[in-house]
Design a protein around this ligand. Sequence first.
Ligand code: FDA
Length: 305
Amino acid sequence: MFRALVLKLAGWSPIERLVTRSFLFRSLVKRFIAGEDLDTALRIGEEYVDKGFLVSMDLLGENVETTEEADRETNTYLKMAEMIAASPSKDRMNISVKLTALGLDLSDEVAEANYRKILTATKDSDIFVRADMEASEYTQRTVDIIDRLFKEFKNCGTVLQSYLLRTSEDVAHMIELGARVRIVKGAYLEPAEVAHQEKYRVDEQYVEQAKTLLRHGNYPAIATHDLRIVEQLKQFIKEENIASERFEWQMIYGVRRDLQRQLLEEGYNVRIYIPYGAAWYPYFSRRLAERPANLFFILKSLFQK
Ligand code: FDA
């Protein structure tokens, strides 16, 4: 309920203006977004690597409407790839992209051609570039693009969302293909025709799909901050004797830093997803919607001097 309400309100332009202009949101924005420029974000990424984490760099921006914008986004990703290749932290960094930032709303061909450019530029330096998963209208198209590109580029992979009714089939499909999957609960507002609406069902699906990927997947990324699920999966990993090099945990920059550190100290691979860029509003509203306490934090600051 809370999540649906926040996501609906966030789509309303007066709210967007309020959030992007008001000082009230500044400190929370700073917590979730690693700056607006690549240099700052990369420096933050390198600091995480120095502490022992792996990192995925993400340029914020989605749903571009013109080929010029898609080209601009692609070029920024190419620049990012160049900078990562030159970084001493290169072997511990990868990239996350949104296909709608590369032109998926224009056509599959535009987005695929731009993704191909990035994969070509990163293939020799062996930098992995994952396509994030967006709203359900893009799921099949994203899966199809990965299907086509994976034959040529082993450095591509994607994300599957446990809230979608279709996801167990997609998990099986990606395992057969051999492509790397990040499993997440799902962050968009989806109707009952395509997605489970009850949290317990999503959590159940998540655990099942994560277990399947841990058993049979190609270096899966278990992306969650849900302590209960993390504990359950740790137990499973122990029982099944799954080596810690065969998978990684992933968490978002600014979320559950205690759990990030704890897993690292326990000897697991832990990757931090580091978003940066000026177009942070849609990403930020999804983070607000995930946790009522984030909004209470802002309301509280309204009443403090
Ligand atoms: P859940 O939402 O149940 O949260 C469990 C606990 O984690 C909360 O009780 C709280 O303590 C903490 N927490 C979670 N979110 C928080 C927040 N925003 N602020 C503060 N605390 C928070 N989604 C998608 O649709 N497509 C994608 O490509 C991706 N990519 C992605 C990458 C990575 C690395 C992660 C970790 C997540 C994504 N997601 C995503 C987001 C994902 O779908 C989901 O919305 C969030 O991870 C929140 O779900 P949890 O599994 O953390 O559980």
